[in-house]
Design a protein around this ligand. Structure first.
Ligand SMILES: C[S@@+](CC[C@H](N)C(=O)[O-])C[C@H]1O[C@@H](n2cnc3c(N)ncnc32)[C@H](O)[C@@H]1O
Length: 259
């Protein structure tokens, strides 16, 4: 009962977070166009996307990854972009090659029709509840030789968070070992790869992102707590205009095993 209440509270907190940031979300995406190209190429390669593939992007948010893979992989069918936040998904509807659907991952697995060749879950796995049941349901929705790709971050990412922000990030983040074990149990063959992208980043821009709570682990911090966190970071960066930022992305590509 207590766990149920906590899960509901987290879910509502997440929903509120994405309602708050939906309009600015695309501006908040880390780094530059070249970063996005880099991530898009890795997704296409890891999913082995082919033009005929039927693809869904679960927790696809504003649809930017759906749109990029549609264009760059030359997909013939629109990418189904499912997300429970109506504010986020409202933006996906404006993009070519993206079919928006306001649903969470479990609803998607239970309530949509048709089968998929490739499923993408990018930067959203930390929001999922009841994951093993979801992996099983998604497996049932996939065609032969289907691939399911989770793109996420390690529990301790190298991003320059202040200590409390790093702790809140880690607390909500399942490890890749745990995810791989769950997927194996649900009839997939997972492979984990780590990809890193480094760039010099204007310090003030990073502080602006923190102040705008650009990631959901920052949602519960008050303005004062964020400013205290920035003061803490200034102990390291006071003399710098630019800071080195490295983003580590974990790609957990899981092939559906046929039984
Ligand atoms: C950090 S955003 C990532 C959006 C997009 N995948 C991207 O990489 O730009 C996380 C998204 O997960 C969605 N989300 C939260 N809980 C979810 C759930 N249970 N099922 C599906 N999506 C969920 C949020 O609404 C949000 O749009």
């Amino acid at each position: 009962m207590v766990i149920g209440i906590i899960i509901m509270k987290n879910y509502e907190g997440n929903q509120q977070h994405y309602t708050n940031i939906a309009v600015k979300y695309n501006d908040f995406l880390l780094f530059s166009d070249s970063y996005r190209e880099w991530a898009t190429d890795l997704i296409i390669e890891s999913l082995a996307l082919r033009p005929d593939d039927i693809v869904a992007d679960i927790g696809g948010g504003t649809g930017s990854a759906s749109h990029s893979i549609f264009k760059k992989a030359g997909l013939k069918n629109d990418v189904l972009c499912a997300d429970p936040s109506d504010s986020m998904i409202a933006q996906a509807g404006r993009l070519k090659g993206v079919k928006p659907l306001c649903m969470d991952a479990h609803e998607f697995a239970e309530n949509t029709s048709g089968k998929y060749d490739k499923l993408l879950l990018k930067e959203m796995v930390h929001h999922l509840t009841d994951r093993i049941s979801l992996w099983n349901k998604l497996r049932g929705r996939m065609n032969r030789n289907g691939r399911l790709l989770i793109v996420t971050r390690p529990r301790i990412p190298p991003l320059p968070f202040f200590k409390a922000a790093l702790a809140s990030f880690s607390a909500g983040q399942p490890t890749s070992d745990l995810l791989a074990a769950e997927l194996g149990e649900a009839g997939f063959r997972p492979e984990v790869a780590l990809h890193s992208y480094s760039v010099s980043f204007e310090k003030e821009r990073w502080y602006y992102l923190l102040q705008n709570r650009f990631m959901s682990n920052l949602h519960d911090f008050t303005d004062d707590e964020i400013e205290e966190g920035i003061t803490e970071l200034e102990q390291t960066y006071s003399d710098e205009k630019m800071i080195e930022v490295r983003d580590d992305l974990l790609f957990i590509m899981s092939l559906k095993i046929e039984t």
